[in-house]
Write a protein that binds this ligand. Structure first.
Ligand SMILES: NC(=O)c1ccc[n+]([C@@H]2O[C@H](COP(=O)([O-])OP(=O)(O)OC[C@H]3O[C@@H](n4cnc5c(N)ncnc54)[C@H](OP(=O)(O)O)[C@@H]3O)[C@@H](O)[C@H]2O)c1
Length: 244
């Protein structure tokens, strides 16, 4: 896919990894529908950075845990931003829980944000695409679905289901829409994490460093541009998956 002038909708695009993905899209020539929930100021700042790179940007606020129909996110868009040809599902929550202590409410919240909303958004995205237009979806997942976190039960299971959804949607939406994933490793410390915790994570990375946001952006652009990749989930782990 030639990205110049294409419109991308990204969830959670205002800060941290989402910001990095937004700016990578802007540098590649995309226009952007930048979704945020609570981080309005960060989203506005990222939008200004993307606009300075030449992108048109439209901000859309939504609490994805309350989403029963993602259609409105694709509705009433200015002509200059249609059709939306790229969807990046990056928004997620990372609550601490275990199989023993998870509650129905906690489980439900994690699944609503991390799995249900990417599914509803992908459905609305595919429905909104004109019949003769190609699209691409990239889901941001986590390589730890292969080596489960003991401390983030509902997160790990939700991201594992997102991996299965990525492959299933790739088949169901082919040949018009490609669906891929990026399984991130240690990119940025979780907000509020201690330095000691982060160093303990980096000690498990053969390349002995964190990934940062730029490699995630580069991989996103690679998956979008390469028209023969679908149903693929690329690990960005610095080799951690070989070690643990
Ligand atoms: N950081 C890492 O090293 C790492 C590692 C593995 C995987 N990942 C994955 O990479 C992605 C981004 O990670 P991150 O660390 O940058 O995440 P983060 O800092 O925790 O940000 C989460 C994003 O999700 C959005 N979000 C959360 N709850 C929402 C809700 N109810 N409705 C709508 N949006 C909601 C937030 O939007 P607002 O702030 O606007 O509310 C925010 O933009 C996630 O999918 C994560 O699982 C990250």
């Amino acid at each position: 896919m030639d990205l110049q002038g294409k419109t991308a909708l990204i969830t959670g695009g205002g800060h941290r990894i989402g910001r990095g993905l937004t700016l990578a899209l802007a540098r590649a020539g995309c226009n952007i529908i930048l979704h945020y929930n609570r981080s309005q100021a960060a989203a506005q700042a990222t939008a200004a950075e993307a606009e300075a790179l030449g992108a048109r940007v439209l901000l859309r606020q939504a609490d994805l845990s309350h989403l029963d129909d993602a259609g409105p996110l694709f509705a009433d868009l200015p002509d200059a931003l249609t059709p939306v040809q790229i969807l990046v599902n990056s928004a997620a929550i990372f609550p601490k829980d275990t199989l023993e202590d998870v509650t129905v409410a906690g489980w439900s919240q994690t699944f609503r944000v991390n799995l249900r909303s990417p599914i509803l958004l992908t459905q609305a995205f595919a429905r909104s695409l004109p019949a003769d237009v190609a699209g691409a979806v990239v889901n941001i997942t986590d390589w730890r679905t292969e080596r489960p976190y003991l401390t983030h039960f509902s997160y790990t299971v939700s991201k594992g289901a997102l991996d299965a959804f990525t492959r299933t949607a790739a088949i169901q939406l082919a040949p018009r829409v490609r669906v891929n994933g990026i399984a991130l490793g240690a990119m940025l410390p979780p907000e509020g994490a201690t330095e000691a915790y982060w160093q303990s994570v980096l000690a498990t990375v053969p390349l002995a460093r964190s990934g940062g946001v730029d490699v995630a952006g580069d991989t996103l652009l690679y998956l979008l541009r390469n028209d023969f990749i679908t149903g693929e989930i690329i690990r960005l782990t610095g080799g951690a998956h070989l070690k643990m």
